[in-house]
Write a protein that binds this ligand. Structure first.
Ligand SMILES: [Zn+2]
Length: 715
């Protein structure tokens, strides 16, 4: 099929499509074992083995950095695991060669610059992995044999998130850190406090009147994760706003918890769950079995695993692991395996640990669910910033409880890497069990006379040449002012909930307004006449009047909503709020100079804003919008703290952080995450951290909850 005719007709047919098309509860995925990673020829000489080991170590280190530090892996977990297994096998077969190689054994470390380091009192180890039934059974048999008697194992879901250590002192949450390299991790206390399911205090008494022992100090081990529901919500929002889909809930969780902006963490609803512990003092209060830990953690009011099972034998362990695998699509948290642990803590001491994992536990990783289907076409989506995102159109196929008809292809490079061709039979997997992804091609079934997919060099919506995007592996339509797809997506974003929120102005109506030449920019929406709206399909007199009233009402939206609606690359709600606070009007922002931006915006964001402002059309739009925004005549409650910046640290006696943010913002103030010279007030509660010290050093007024409330009330 000629490419041009393929693209024509596909564009514009996308709106409203989301890939989890239909739920078919009874269907089972075609998880046939047709697909296997490219066969690796085992090295036949020590020399070849040495080379392969060095190459594997380098490659694994590369993927570790992407996974742990950037939270942006470029291969699937299954492909990564295959590399690890191959390396392990070679190192076992050729120990002398492995030891002699200069290329170091990859050390997993999630440390990011800019985070304070926290030493773990008890090392935070990883787990050895099992991939087959035989490996899992061998672990059970080995363990039982060594103990000389049957013993209980606990089977738990392996949550696919970011490992965390949370310290409670005398029942109070004081610190959270990542695993890091297992000995010391990054201090993520401020962001962890934003997680609503993390209790700030352990519960000392139970509803039945009994009391819980509260240790002087306990290191609780668990996982920070993004629930499946929250992941779906975020992606639906992004889809509606024309932003690329998030590929994996774990990467979102990892990226969010390491965000420099605690407000961003609060906006994405992360969760936490606890399943283990490190140091516990006094040791007499340390749980003696895994089951006892679960019961104790629950009594303390901590979020615990939804489900775990106690099993006495390898047979039952395997059955429990399989049963859990069947259920995984229904669990709240994404999981990628099951963990098998020795229940008895005293017995664990007989096994000890290696440098990276305890010898009394093992993680079984589920094979990703997979299906084979035919690639019927490529659709190119044009986003509001011009980004071209390819989507694969597939013959519908059942996979893990849903029917899949589309899969994201992320970018041009991915199509080239997979060498995807029209008509190919492709292997589809659920990355992170949620979003379908094409992981390979069955080249043995490739139709005759296919050609590699040539990514369009012209925008499918406006035929302008595409250009390479600067900081992402992607291409852009550069026709930012004329491309109908970009105009439509930007107007839909502007009218959306996170911007000025014009109810009743849907994508179809926007497309019609653009096609008829009535509207090209957000500012032109405000010049629309009732007669024009009445000519639109589906609109009558009454509905036209309603829409017109809605458009008029939106003039009074907060300034940051207008700024967010400009679709400046890298500027989302949090940055838009900062800009609104700093510049106070659209005119001033339009006239901003490089020196007007302070360091807390970040270099890349500042550059993106300046690049946007350098385009005359963009400035013209801002000035036109400035005319439709009513002259600042804000209600008095919203001006009380106008222009004042607040930073929060520690825990307040009655108000939650979210409530504080809401109150300050409602009064016209802004909450920032870092203390700088421009901070007006620091609100400090108990367990206040370095921010308080810094505020004292900079002579910034410090408020407690009472004083804050007084300030909010004063005129
Ligand atoms: Zn275009």
């Amino acid at each position: 099929m000629p490419r041009s005719s393929l693209l024509k007709g596909l564009v514009g047919a996308l709106v409203g499509g989301i890939w989890f098309v239909t739920a078919t509860p009874s269907s089972s995925a075609d998880s046939s074992s047709v697909f296997s990673p490219a066969p690796i020829t085992a090295p036949t000489s020590p020399d070849a083995a040495r080379q392969r080991i060095a190459a594997l170590r380098a490659e694994i280190a590369h993927h570790d950095a992407l996974y742990f530090q950037k939270a942006a892996p470029e291969i699937t977990d299954a492909a990564y695991d295959a590399l690890k297994r191959e390396l392990r096998a070679l190192e076992t077969t050729y120990p002398a060669e492995a030891a002699a190689i200069a290329q170091p054994v990859p050390i997993v470390d999630d440390h990011n610059d800019g985070f304070a380091k926290v030493a773990h009192r008890t090392p935070m180890l990883s787990l050895d992995k099992a991939y087959t039934e035989a490996e899992l059974r061998a672990f059970c048999v080995k363990t039982t044999t060594k103990l000389g008697q049957t013993t209980n194992f606990v089977v738990e879901p392996k949550i696919d998130g970011l490992s965390v250590s949370a310290i409670y002192e005398h029942g109070k949450f004081v610190r959270a850190s990542t695993r890091g390299n297992g000995r010391e991790g990054d201090d993520i206390t401020a962001n962890a406090r934003m997680i609503r399911s993390l209790p700030h205090e352990l519960r000392a008494s139970n509803p039945d009147g009994t009391h819980n022992v509260i240790p002087d100090i306990i290191e609780l081990r668990g996982e920070i994760f993004l629930s499946r529901a929250e992941f779906t919500r975020l992606n639906r929002e992004r889809f509606a706003e024309g932003e690329p889909q998030l590929a994996h809930p774990r990467n979102v969780a990892a990226g969010t918890i390491k965000s420099r902006d605690s407000n961003e963490t609060a906006e994405r609803h992360l969760d936490i769950v606890f399943y283990s512990w490190g140091t516990c003092e006094p040791t007499s209060s340390s749980p003696t079995t895994q089951q006892a830990f679960h019961a104790q953690a629950k009594a303390w009011g901590l979020p615990v695993l939804e489900t775990f099972q106690v099993v006495p034998s390898a047979d039952e362990a395997w059955a429990a692991v399989q049963a859990l695998g069947q259920k995984r699509a229904k669990l709240v948290a994404p999981i990628d395996g099951a963990v098998l642990k020795l229940d008895d803590v005293v017995a664990r001491t007989k096994f000890g640990e290696s440098d990276h994992a305890p010898n009394w536990a093992i993680a079984y990783k589920y094979a990703p669910e997979r299906a084979v289907t035919q690639l019927r076409g490529f659709t190119i989506q044009v986003g509001r910033t011009g980004l071209l995102t390819p989507v694969a159109e597939l013959a519908p196929v059942a996979l893990a409880g849903s029917t899949i008809a589309r899969a994201s292809l992320h970018n041009r490079e991915q199509i080239a890497r997979l060498d995807l061709r029209l008509g190919d039979f492709v292997f589809v997997e659920r990355a992170g069990e949620i979003i379908p992804e094409i992981v390979g091609v069955d080249v043995t079934r490739r139709p005759l006379q296919t050609e590699p997919f040539a990514f369009p060099t012209l925008c499918p919506a406006c035929n302008s040449p595409v250009i390479a995007a600067e900081d992402v592996a992607a291409v852009l339509c550069a026709n930012s002012t004329g491309c109908p797809a970009q105009l439509r997506e930007r107007l839909a974003h502007f009218a959306g909930k996170s911007c000025v929120d014009i109810k009743g102005l849907g994508v179809a109506t926007i497309a019609e307004l653009i096609a008829s030449g009535h509207v090209r920019t957000p500012a032109e929406l405000y010049a629309l006449k009732l007669e024009t709206l009445a000519t639109l399909s589906g609109f009558r007199k009454k509905s036209s009047a309603q829409l017109l009233a809605e458009i008029d009402r939106s003039r009074r939206a907060d300034l940051w909503r207008f700024i967010n609606g400009l679709s400046i690359p890298r500027v989302g709600p949090a940055t838009a709020k900062l800009l609104a606070k700093r510049f106070a009007s659209m005119e001033k922002l339009a006239a901003a100079q490089p020196a007007d931006f302070s360091a807390d915006l970040g270099k890349a964001t500042t550059q993106a804003i300046l690049a946007y402002l350098a385009v005359p059309n963009n400035r013209a739009l801002m000035l036109a919008l400035a005319k439709v925004i009513p002259r600042a005549e804000l209600p008095s409650t919203a001006t009380r703290l106008k222009g004042e910046t607040f930073v929060l640290t520690g825990r307040l006696p009655t108000l939650s952080r979210e409530e504080v943010v809401r109150l300050i913002e409602a009064a016209g103030g802004v909450v920032a995450s870092n203390v700088t010279k421009t901070t007006d007030y620091v609100i400090a509660g108990t367990d206040a951290g370095e921010k308080l010290t810094k505020a004292q050093k900079l002579n910034i007024p410090i408020l407690d909850e009472m004083k804050l409330l007084q300030l909010l009330k004063s005129d």
